[in-house]
Design a protein around this ligand. Structure first.
Ligand code: ADP
Ligand code: MG
Length: 693
């Protein structure tokens, strides 16, 4: 249970004054739906309002706070002209300027003959000094409240700077004092403030430099987050290791049969990874291993070979895929190979119901099925194995730690192999999969044609479209990915629909559309039509399933490529270049491109090595944005930025191990505080691995 102390932070933002049904969705888009999400919304800049000159000395272009007497109102008389208010001090006079100003409101704010404190950007206009739409107008008594450094927050459409600043302030008022979870000696050596003081200070940067990296204050908070992350992973690892594993050994009889049926030989990287997996399987503790390999690097066969060892050792294996279509694809690949090895394979998805499902479950429980392939339907309670010894989870990033635990819990000391096609830089590997050992498939199967990647401005779309007509005469298939519009899913969709109409008008019925709003059965139907060749062009938002194999597709067009994470571009590009024919990838962008954006797209042109792309992306963009964490499903870091705080990661890992060595159940006073930390960063799944939950 979450400590009650944290409840105020997990209250919905609608519990804050002024956040009703109209504003809540805007804040939700900007930060999240809980107060905790607001407290991590860091300022992106500052406005320094401490400069308080006389009117005559106020320099143009600078933010200033001025104390002025209101001399008179000059209503505009025409909607084209602004409303002006004349003011003065002993040094001179100036105007406050309002476009579309409402007279009654302005007269109330700025009564003639009285003094006011106003703050905004000073302008010199036709020999006159003025401020257009002052940011603040207050009475003399409130001068101190505005004469300070103001944090400026990132915004979203519909929310003003003032609103967001006020809401964050209100959220910060709800922040409780929390027990200290850092080691006192370490904290003192680092000269770190308490958590709450650090958090409040984070929202009061006093210089642009403090905004950029936050210094010690942000380091403390970043370390908190990295510690929560590493501790949670260490707990999951400890939990998995505590349950005794089993030694799975096989002579390789089944493997040999499949090898004989394979039209190719394994690559060096496949053999190396298999050797690492075999060592784990044979060892008497549980395997928790990540198999990393680019799209097309041949993970499936490695997984199958690992499962064959488990099956030959007299147990069962399961392969969990993130989507129906991928589960079916795995089944289609594996079933014929399994047949040559004489083992029994079945497919289970959410669509299986009634009698057939019951029959399947009975066969599974009695051990008549050796290998079960499926979607998360595998995790349902009534899916019972006779003896599940190896669980393989494909495309891990769609699943969470909890599902990993749930699937493993279906067996007794079940070994777990997680496969991911997301190339993850080494530093990030620790934050995402710190509970696992890792193997890399860093070598592609031979005979792959390089993909010809080009970077083009979107103004050349018509040219590209006529190029596609020519390409289609050569029997190819084309993916066309539409822009990721951050603002909303609806506009995402609108862009894709628009492109679909445009291309349909040219190419007729053989153009399909898939997007995230479609029911998965409908999505599968369109994908299947594309795979079967009933459609030539597939227009898609970014939902094109990772891992779906259409070897005949040779052209990938990506609009607004500059908006994608490099890892995502890499994944998308990996949809082509899978067959014998030469493939190409067209990355379209909207000029002008920033230097960084240009450099990023250039990397895509220069290499197809996913690991190199990921490392370069991390270098160029910093850890916060790497991989488009949101899409990849990797745990998002809210305060820590690996580009700034990467050095703290290793410390956090060592710290976590030490903590669990000394206090494995987190029962000491510091242990209790650390539990609070885990809840604060929503690493709850880890806490459930503790006996005393
Ligand atoms: P991944 O799941 O890593 O994206 P797959 O396992 O789907 O990749 O393999 C991609 C393709 O490469 C498949 O068609 C597979 O048959 C083929 N393949 C796998 N290993 C080899 C190899 N050693 N030599 C040649 N082709 C291979
Ligand atoms: Mg795969």
């Amino acid at each position: 249970m979450r400590p009650t102390l944290l409840n105020p932070l997990f209250a919905p933002i609608t519990s804050l004054p002024g956040i009703g049904p109209r504003l809540a969705p805007l804040y939700q888009r900007l930060t999240g739906d809980k107060i905790a999400d607001l407290i991590w919304h860091r300022p992106s800049g500052i406005v320094d309002r401490r400069f308080c000159p006389d009117i005559a000395q106020a320099p143009a272009g600078r933010v200033a706070t001025l104390v002025v007497r209101i001399d008179g109102h000059l209503p505009s008389g025409s909607s084209k002209k602004p409303y002006r208010v004349r003011c003065s001090d002993d040094s001179g006079s100036m105007h406050l300027v309002f476009f579309h100003g409402r007279e009654d409101w302005l007269r109330r704010q700025l009564p003639e003959g009285e003094w006011r404190v106003v703050s905004g950007i000073v302008e010199h206009f036709n020999g006159d000094i003025q401020i257009t739409h002052p940011d603040h107008i207050v009475a003399l008594a409130e001068k101190e409240t505005i004469m300070r450094v103001e944090p400026v927050y990132p915004l979203t459409a519909g929310l003003t700077a003032k609103m967001v600043a006020k809401t964050v302030r209100a959220a910060l008022e709800r922040v409780p004092d929390l027990p200290e979870w850092q080691d006192p000696a370490w904290k003192q050596r680092q000269n770190w403030p308490d958590w709450k003081s650090a958090l409040l200070a984070l929202h009061q940067p006093n210089s642009e430099a403090a905004v950029a990296d936050g210094g010690e204050i942000r380091r403390r908070l970043a370390y908190d987050e990295l510690l929560a992350n590493q501790l949670a992973l260490a707990m999951v690892r400890a939990h998995m290791r505590k349950i005794k594993g089993r030694s799975l050994v096989a002579s390789g009889r089944l493997r040999d049969r499949v090898l004989a049926a394979l039209p190719y030989r394994l690559t060096g990287a496949q053999n190396r990874s298999l050797a690492e997996i075999d060592t784990d399987l044979a060892a008497p503790f549980r395997m928790l291993r990540l198999l990393q390999g680019d799209v097309g690097s041949g993970k499936t066969i490695v997984a199958l070979f690992a499962m064959l060892t488990a099956i030959e050792a007299g147990t069962q294996a399961a392969l969990l895929a993130p989507t129906e279509i991928l589960a079916r694809q795995h089944f289609a690949t594996i079933a014929p190979l399994a047949e040559s090895a004489g083992i029994r394979v079945a497919l289970l998805s959410g669509r299986d119901k009634g009698k057939p499902r019951e029959a399947l479950l009975t066969a599974l429980a009695s051990g008549e099925i050796d290998l079960l392939i499926g979607t998360h339907a595998l995790i349902q309670n009534d899916v019972i194995f006779r003896d599940l010894a190896l669980a393989v989870i494909d495309e891990q990033h769609r699943f969470g730690v909890q599902q990993r635990l749930d699937l493993a819990a279906k067996g007794n000391g079940t070994d777990v192999l997680v496969m991911t096609a997301t190339p993850i830089p080494r530093t990030l590997l620790l934050t995402a999969y710190g509970d696992m050992d890792a193997s890399r498939l860093d070598e592609k199967p031979p005979g792959r044609q390089p993909i010809d990647t080009r970077i083009l401005p979107s103004s050349r779309i018509e040219e590209i479209v006529s190029g596609l007509s020519r390409a289609l005469q050569r029997q190819t298939r084309i993916y066309w990915v539409c822009p990721l519009v951050e603002e909303s899913e609806t506009s995402d969709l609108a862009a894709a629909e628009e492109r679909h109409r445009h291309l349909s008008a040219i190419f007729g019925h053989r153009v399909g559309l898939v997007h995230g709003r479609m029911k998965s059965a409908d999505k599968d139907k369109v994908m299947a039509a594309f795979a079967a060749g009933d459609l030539d062009i597939l227009v898609a938002t970014t939902v094109i399933e990772v891992g779906v194999d259409v070897p005949d597709a040779t052209i990938m067009v990506i609009e607004h490529a500059e908006r994608f994470g490099l890892a995502q571009l890499h994944q998308l590009r990996g949809r082509v270049g899978r067959g014998q024919k030469a493939s190409s990838c067209l990355l379209l962008y909207d000029p002008p491109l920033s230097e960084t954006a240009k450099a990023r797209l250039e990397i895509m042109r220069a290499t197809e090595d996913g690991f190199r792309i990921a490392e370069e992306d991390l270098r160029l963009r910093g850890g916060g944005e790497i991989l488009g964490t949101r899409q990849s499903g990797l745990p998002e870091l809210v305060v820590a930025d690996l580009a700034l705080h990467g050095d703290l990661l290793a410390v956090a890992r060592d710290d976590s191990r030490l903590i669990l060595d000394r206090d494995p159940e987190l029962s000491s006073a510091r242990g209790q505080a650390l539990r609070t930390l885990l809840y604060l960063f929503q690493r709850d799944a880890a806490i459930r691995t503790l006996r005393s939950g």
